[in-house]
Design a protein around this ligand. Sequence first.
Ligand code: CUA
Length: 349
Amino acid sequence: MRATLIIVFILLLLTGCELGFTDTPQSFVAPDGPVAGMQGDLFLLSVWLMVGILVVVSVLLAYALWRYRDRGQKEIPFQNPGDLRFEVVWTLIPTLLVIFLAVPSVRIAYDVAGLPRGVDDALEVKVTGYQYWWKFEYPQLGIVTANELHVPVDRHIDFTLVSTDVIHSFWVPRLAGKVDANPGKQTHFWWLVDRPGVYYGQCAEYCGTSHANMRMRVIAQAPEEFDAWVADMRAAQATTPAAALADTPAMDNGSGTALIARGRELFMANACGACHALGDAAATGDVGPDLNNFGKRHTLAAGVYENTLDNLKEWIRNPDAMKPGVIMPPFPLSDDDLDTLARYLLSQK
Ligand code: CUA
């Protein structure tokens, strides 16, 4: 009975493990870039080394238990007060093992901290952690976005990471290991993404009530697609109110530009622009996520909800109910106004 319980307990524990050799969305030993590759190899090297040690120690232990088992003899067995040869051996072996692991660990720690020598076309990205979302700035390109990081494949990404409030940890398991985002201290590291796709990540350092709701997506694109995204973002951020009205596509409910105009009024009247940037509404807030091209994002609330009209309305009405601890206050608008504001935001694309 007890053995069964122990086995069930171990199996339950194992359900928390990613056994690693699988192609799961957040498997850190199924790397899609050289950084995760180096780190994954180092991890596996230490795992196999430990497995080897476990096997050797277990065999020796089993042998000793069997060889020196109680055979009913009366006298106390030989007591060994110490043997220099043994002591040298069991000090030397662990020391050699530590050195064996330290050499590649230190080398990789340096390799992932600074761009490889000779790389001069890296894309700079500044990541800022907020309670509870991520800001992504592209200083060379003059654009800003949030929670969904677009990067080109096969190009080095030169990251600067910082936090505005508490310590967060930036982690996209298939692309690289965790890096802490510290308030007031910039950390540098780089990535290179091998193939296009969407990669999932999350904050990996407990940072408050909605730590578990601080997710992100990395959208790795072919260079042409990435350039198109950049052009689109630049256009959105440079849009003036008049221009936005002129080329706004017809809305779902058919009210087109009138709805847009009313939506922007609501956006301004509720002071949304004090916290959010939105070119079209001449808003430059920097407290919450940048909303340029918001309608093109797949998710809401740092990757937690799908970006749909219903979710967005719920969100504006009472963000805290969807994401406990969020800084954004509730906006108890009338149903009509809520619908208009949400449609206006979704029209930003
Ligand atoms: Cu941010 Cu946990």
